[in-house]
Design a protein around this ligand. Structure first.
Ligand code: DX5
Ligand code: ZN
Length: 220
């Protein structure tokens, strides 16, 4: 099994001093910086776009994990691909031509991810799983940090992990929403590889220590 990773979500960071927030998780060897791009249409909230991610990149060498929660992701793909993130993930519910989008991402030399809302079945991805680098299982309804983990999404991760094993595939499974010290180990056992954590890290008085505790629970 490959090493699991922790991806602090800057959605919950202190935007009066983003650099400081990033440095705090850098000190704990955070593996990825998770960037939640929201357009007020696919989800009811609006956050930030490529410019802020570029700013975050200037603060750190930690690779960016970009999660697009936007309608018509094809219209904005190039702006995010130009940033050369580690992963670029769009939502299957927002994509008319998902296969074409995956190809465009991979041709740009970026790892391609697709995200599933909690109520979307993983079979939506059946034909794409063999080409995907990442499946992002939303464990809350996307739009806001600090929501309660939706329990049935754990089974979805288990099924995606079983399918991966049975078919010899290599996509990583990431979970996003409501993850903290109380559930990270059981989600690791379910087959999750990458753990997004927003409020459990940045609402803590000490984001460095909070990140370290999550990593320790994963033994890394
Ligand atoms: C929610 C976002 C998440 C969010 C998670 O729509 O995709 O990445 O930051 O926040 P927590 O960890 O607070 O649930
Ligand atoms: Zn996210």
């Amino acid at each position: 099994m490959s090493k699991s990773q922790v991806a602090p979500s800057i959605l919950s960071a202190d935007f009066t001093n983003l650099e400081k927030s990033i440095r705090q998780v850098e000190l704990a060897n955070a593996d990825l910086i998770h960037c939640d791009v929201m357009d007020g249409r696919f989800v009811p909230n609006i956050t930030f776009g490529p410019m802020l991610i570029r700013t975050a990149q200037r603060c750190t060498k930690i690779p960016m994990d970009v999660h697009l929660m936007i309608v018509q992701p094809e219209d904005h793909l190039d702006a995010f691909l130009n940033l050369k993130p580690e992963y670029l993930t769009f939502h299957i519910e927002a994509a008319t031509h998902a296969d074409r989008l995956v190809q465009r991402i991979k041709e740009a030399g970026v790892k391609a991810g697709i995200s599933l809302n909690p109520a979307t079945h993983e079979s939506e991805l059946e034909y794409l799983l063999e080409t995907l680098d990442l499946v992002l299982v939303m464990s809350v309804n996307p739009g806001f940090g600090g929501q309660k983990f939706i329990d049935y999404t754990k089974k979805k991760t288990e099924r995606l992990a079983d399918y991966r094993e049975k078919h010899g595939l290599r996509y990583k499974i990431e979970m996003d929403g409501g993850i903290g010290e109380n559930n990270i180990q059981e989600l690791h056992s379910a087959g999750c590889d990458i753990f997004v954590a927003g409020s459990s890290i940045f609402s803590d008085d000490n984001p460095t220590a909070a990140t370290m505790r999550l990593k320790k629970l994963l033994n890394n």
